[in-house]
Design a protein around this ligand. Structure first.
Ligand code: FE2
Ligand code: FE2
Length: 218
């Protein structure tokens, strides 16, 4: 049995003023539940597949930030924080892609688990709810990435992978902090917290079953 949930995200979350989510035990404050041991065992058994999926996740994270900038083109404050975030995600993508190349693993498409699309489907259609939900969903995915990279950094038998995940996870913690601050600047805190509880519960529910293939979010 591995120790799940000791991600070290608590202090970051507190610095960013992130609220604990309803007395739940996860160390990453956004998350309703920590990842389970079955996910970690599956991920550790398929490191190449997780690395490849991770490359796709970094590219998708950049895409999410860019998509928000395109959806709200007149929002300078949004662009000021999301443009560097998108750039950083692409740097992560390039770093993972370089490691894949060194290991002779070709970049190829992977079938996505239902996680991302299912979370996106929870985003309400009308503004300003759409904006709030989009920030929270993006932040939840960042938070889960951070938590899982911390697990891989702690438990991978491969020193190079431990170093990679250890280096990247602090950025992901900062990213969910950015999405939280965007919420907090634009919406009443109690409304943000209430919606986060709902979406975090849905996110946890999506991870109760294990995807048939190892993925970062399955
Ligand atoms: Fe990243
Ligand atoms: Fe990120």
């Amino acid at each position: 049995m591995v120790a799940i949930g000791s991600t070290g995200a608590g202090p970051v979350a507190r610095e960013q003023g992130l609220p604990p989510v309803g007395g739940m035990a996860a160390r990453v404050r956004w998350l309703a539940v920590p990842s389970n041991a079955a996910w970690l065992a599956q991920a550790l058994a398929h490191p190449d597949l997780v690395l490849l999926d991770h490359a796709h996740c970094e590219r998708k994270a950049a895409g999410v930030a860019l998509q928000l900038m395109f959806r709200y083109p007149g929002d300078g404050q949004l662009a000021a924080v999301l443009s560097p975030l998108a750039r950083e995600e692409l740097e992560h993508f390039e770093r993972v892609q370089a490691l894949l190349a060194r290991r002779g693993i070709p970049l190829r498409p992977l079938a996505a688990p239902p996680y991302g699309a299912a979370l996106t489907a929870l985003v309400r259609r009308s503004e300003p709810d759409r904006m709030l939900d989009s920030f929270l969903v993006a932040g939840l995915i960042e938070a889960r990435s951070h938590e899982r990279m911390a697990l891989l950094a702690a438990h991978s038998p491969d020193a190079e992978l431990r170093e990679l995940y250890g280096d990247l996870l602090t950025s992901e913690a900062r990213h969910f902090g950015i999405y939280w601050l965007l919420c907090e600047r634009r919406f009443p805190r109690d409304r943000v917290a209430a919606r986060l509880v709902e979406l975090a519960a849905a996110e946890a529910q999506l991870l109760t079953g294990l995807h048939r293939e190892a993925r970062m979010h399955s």
